[in-house]
Design a protein around this ligand. Structure first.
Ligand SMILES: [Zn+2]
Length: 83
């Protein structure tokens, strides 16, 4: 019981610590150029988990469903501009 991290949003299977799982997140990121390393980098300002899947459901997850999730989030989300 104490080894349970969370449950799968599709099949409700328990996901234990140490088990691989799939997460789809909505991140707000800021890109910048690091002059010391001369590389482009990004910093995650905010991250929200949209769906958590066990390894089996994650491997079987249909990409068209991911596309529908992305399309449901407006590209010009007003809350991003407020931050
Ligand atoms: Zn599952």
């Amino acid at each position: 019981m104490a080894n349970i991290f969370t449950t799968c949003d599709l099949c409700a299977k328990e996901i234990h610590y140490g088990s691989a799982y799939v997460v789809i997140e909505r991140n707000i990121e800021e890109a910048f150029h690091n002059v010391t390393s001369n590389k482009d980098e990004t910093q995650i300002i905010d991250s929200e988990v949209l769906i958590t899947l066990c390894g089996k459901c994650g491997n079987e997850f249909q990409y068209d469903v991911i596309a529908k999730i992305i399309q449901a989030v407006p590209a010009n989300d007003y809350s991003i501009k407020k931050n």
